[in-house]
Design a protein. Sequence first.
Length: 378
Amino acid sequence: MKRALFIATSDIHKKDGGGLEQKGKYNSLIQLFPDKVDLMIPEEFKSENGPNIIGVPRRSLSKAIISGSIHRYKKFLKDYLTINQNKYNLIIISGGIYAGDMVNMIHDFGIKVIVIHLNFEREYQMDNKTLLTLKGLTAHFINKNERRAFLQSDCNCFLTNGDRALFERYYGTTDTPSVVVGAYEPEDRSIESIDPIGVVHKTVAITGSMDTVQTIEGIKDFRKNYFQIFKDSYPDWKLVLAGRNPSAEVYDFANTTREVIDIIPNPENMEDIIKSSSIFLCPTNVGGGIKLRVMDGLRFGRPVLVHEISARGYESLYSEPYFRVYHDKDSFISGLSGIMKYLQGQNNPNKIQKKYLEYFSFEAGTKRFSTAINSIFG
């Protein structure tokens, strides 16, 4: 390996889905190839300066229009590689919509390309109809780039089997390797070990960024279809909603049932909230990719009740009694009842955490990512 260039498209220092995912893959590269990894990142996200950190400046509107590219990287990268064309033999790009119009250009410099698909972008755009996605209209513009990235890269990495299946369904098949590397801990850190004897706190926690379309839609669905079941079946249990900038819809839900629901906006320590609950609930019912918040519950040994959309990427846990998936009222009742029985019987937070780390630890994830790199270099 000469050097590898990792192109991050989110702020890897931010604790959100895109940031944590890209930070993990970047840190894996550093561990696999010490002192041989450079980072290219939006200029405004640079937290430090150094020869191995390249900031990509914002474009003016006129330059964006003239470039014909939906992102800032294409021209900048071409100019950069023209000067540094013999420096790299591998470039890893996070996001197919960024990679699609750059893969062939990178190949012209004799450099191999791995694309990490954080989700099936078309599905994400259609499920997140905000001003940023022009109410879903951008899905029609990003298909071309995402298809090119998938069909032309030397290796495609996915976070879930479901995403890989969607790519093959919509874009066809490719002869190059496709590897499900999954999500995992973003760095090699010690995880606090948990007491094997679980204490039941009679609290269910829903956490996450409370101002995003995915979270809001999930909470609205839970309120409409499942909350009354929870309230009637377990009247002595509480529900906690905790996360960044709760929306008006989230506040309305909490304020109408204050005797059951506690809302904690912008908590200083999310870990303490999860630890003081006995069940972690992820009701998010829209959006592609993997829902990293589910990892938070498992990391601290909490049983998880999850909507089937948010269960993607956690297939290794489907057979476990503490991981239950629902898609309608019957499966919600069955899943919640099953977890309650688990809590009263074999409740073992330490066992949940150990199983979680088997697949989602930084070490395990880095091994899978290494497999993807080895698939093109041998």
